[in-house]
Design a binder for this molecule. Structure first.
Ligand code: F6R
Length: 619
């Protein structure tokens, strides 16, 4: 979704803004813009298209963009827009100026009552030059700024917020206060980066990491007043509130491509390391330790049901979690798509543990679901990648995945590390409840510890997937079929393929195809089938036989122990052996590689697929 950057300090502001916007490109956007105050004048430059178009426009306007360039700008803000209200165009791009040209705003989120506010302001004589909800915020702030005649920058924002219904990360410049940026936050992230005689704001850490590791995650319903040497955070009543400074230890290079053609490729290659960093430090002396999460017998036995909520890929990790927890702990688990959960009148209470899974920790549907669960008395545990993100802060307990920054829109290493956390959780609960033998508990810890080297072995032979994809990339429709854990994994494999290659795809339980969908199988239809579960392999052979006799081309993904077994497939991809319960951790990688190479062959925009955004902060 949209990205925001802001800077006040001695560096070349335009260079900081453009670099920041570039590092937020992964969030998905269709236009970009900056505004800045220089010699008492407010300038806005914005363009439909990529940040490079904006760069060109700034350059052509005669501004110095080099990092070492002298800075004559006292404050600047920038934005990448992912269109919601109004088509992508120069006019609808942010920043938006108020009518008298004094107030300038960038905004993430949605102003729900914008139509009402717009007609109110029109009656007051305001004219609008865009179709956006954001322009309403700029005009409304100007209205209150000029109304009383006292020109109170901060006060006018606070007053405007009383009228605004919706979600926002708002950053505002006012030409009369050239050394200040004021931000307001509700339901959309703002991270403040602290420097020496300079301060930064951004929607996400990658935009700041080059300059500072000391950050403050703004809380909802707060206003930030930032100058180059101070930050003050106030609540809606204007009372100063305390804030906590967090230190981010992400490597600055982690947000760079580092020689790989795409972030997605780099991030798949990081999976062994990310999985190890997530799992290994939590396994010590034959036991599993989940920091900050009470796994006492008293706590765990009080949990009568588990409710997992998440979206997209994180939801698919949750489905695997449901299977594991039910199998190992015998606790009933539901796993629900977050956007549906809120409206499902869920049966949960204080004996329910709600586990929310989110890479970004900002997904609005997931946040709303967690809040709903909390309101109904449920305990909450968040499995989150981004330290200090809203979900991480609002949950009762947090288990961080150690994936590092995930830049590619298509989630890969975050999924694998989410699996790492759900396996740790299921095993720890089983041990605490006594539903697993001590021998199995020990064996399963080894299984987890061995995963990084097995993931590396898959990466070593990834060219086999590449070759297969090169011959199949013209497929118009691809079905993934599997049973048990392989079915849940198929759901993720199918999502990965469609989001980056735009090939139509569906995931089906192996036994379900014959109840209707098999009608779509015809000569040459591609079917990918992970077959990793011993008890279900025979049944899966029947299912792939059903499709191959109808002309389908079948790729089977199987473990080493099935290598010699006869399957009705055209191609086999062999993954290292492991206990069948752990197979999804390994099977995911060839499926991600398959999606990647299909998309590369089709010439798709791998890291920024069309219409998608990395962090989805609208409902
Ligand atoms: C797909 C993908 C999305 C996200 C989903 C939830 O590759 O990345 O489906 O998994 O939008 O995002 P988070 O995990 O940030 O809550």
């Amino acid at each position: 979704m949209c990205g925001i950057v802001g800077y006040i300090g001695a560096r070349n502001t335009l260079s900081v803004l453009i670099k920041g916007l570039k590092s937020l490109e992964y969030r998905g956007y269709d236009s970009a813009g900056v505004s800045f105050i220089r010699n008492g004048e407010l300038t806005v430059i914005k363009k439909k298209g990529k940040v490079k178009e904006l760069y060109k426009a700034i350059d052509e306007s005669g501004y110095n963009l080099s990092e070492s360039g002298k800075n004559s700008i006292s404050a600047g803000i920038g934005h990448t827009r992912w269109a919601t209200h109004g088509a992508p165009s120069d006019e609808n791009s942010h920043p938006h100026l108020s009518m008298n040209g004094k107030i300038c705003v960038v905004h993430n989120g949605i102003i729900e009552n914008y139509a009402e506010l717009r007609s109110y302001l029109k009656k007051k004589g305001y004219e609008f030059s865009s179709d956006t909800d954001t322009e309403v915020a700029a005009q409304l702030i100007e209205y209150y700024y000029t109304k009383g005649g006292d020109q109170d920058f901060e006060g006018s924002i606070r007053r405007a917020l009383q009228d605004i219904v919706g979600s926002y990360a708002l950053c505002v410049l006012c030409v009369d206060f050239p050394d200040k940026i004021i931000c307001a936050k509700k339901d959309n992230p703002i991270v403040i980066g602290l420097g020496e005689n300079e301060n930064f704001i951004a929607s996400d850490i990658p935009a700041l990491i080059e300059y500072t590791r000391d950050v403050v995650f703004m809380e909802d319903n707060c206003i930030l007043i930032m100058t180059k040497d101070s930050i003050v955070i106030k609540d809606v009543h204007g009372e100063v509130v305390d804030y906590e400074v967090s230190h981010v230890d992400w490597d600055a290079d982690a947000a760079q491509k580092g020689g790989y053609a795409h972030f997605m490729m780099k991030e798949m290659f990081e999976e062994p390391k990310a999985f190890e960093a997530t799992v290994a430090p939590r396994i010590k002396d034959g036991d599993i330790y989940l920091e900050h999460f009470p796994c006492t017998r008293e706590f765990v036995s009080d949990i009568r049901s588990i409710n997992i909520v998440a979206c997209g890929t994180a939801y698919h990790a949750g489905c695997i979690g449901k299977y594991l927890i039910e199998k190992l702990c015998r606790i009933p688990v539901t796993c629900t798509v977050a956007s549906e959960f809120i409206y499902s009148d869920p049966i949960i209470d204080e004996h329910t543990l709600t586990v929310v899974i989110s890479q970004s920790g900002e997904t609005l549907d997931t946040r709303n679901a967690m809040r709903e669960a909390k309101n109904r008395g449920s305990k909450t545990l968040a499995i989150v990648n981004v330290i200090g993100s809203t979900i991480a802060r609002e949950a009762d307990h947090v288990l961080y995945t150690a994936a590092g920054p995930e830049i590619s829109v298509a989630s890969t290493k975050a999924y694998t590390t989410q699996l790492g956390c759900v396996y740790l959780l299921a095993l720890k609960f089983a041990k605490t409840l006594g539903t697993i033998t001590p021998e199995k508990y020990t064996d399963y810890q080894y299984e987890l510890l061995e995963m990084p080297s097995k993931l590396k072995r898959i990466l070593d032979v990834q060219d086999r997937i590449q070759r297969f994809a090169s011959s199949e990339f013209n497929a118009e429709s691809i079905f993934f079929i599997g049973r048990g854990l392989d079915y849940y994994l198929s759901m993720e494999a199918s999502l990965k393929l469609k989001e980056i290659s735009y090939i139509h795809s569906e995931a089906y339980a192996g036994g379900e195809l014959k109840h209707g969908t098999i009608a779509l199988i015809e000569d040459g239809t591609l079917v990918v089938s992970p077959i990793t579960q011993d008890e279900l392999a025979g049944k899966m052979e029947s299912n792939i036989k059903e499709v191959s006799t109808r002309g389908a081309t079948v790729l089977a993904i199987i473990p080493e122990r099935f290598a010699e077994r006869e399957f009705s497939c055209n191609e086999k991809f062999i993954i290292p052996d492991c206990d069948e319960l752990f197979a999804p951790i390994l099977t995911a990688l060839p499926c991600q590689l398959f999606a990647y190479y299909m998309a590369v062959n089709k010439g798709c925009d791998i890291d920024k697929p069309r219409n998608l955004a990395k962090s989805v902060t609208v409902e």
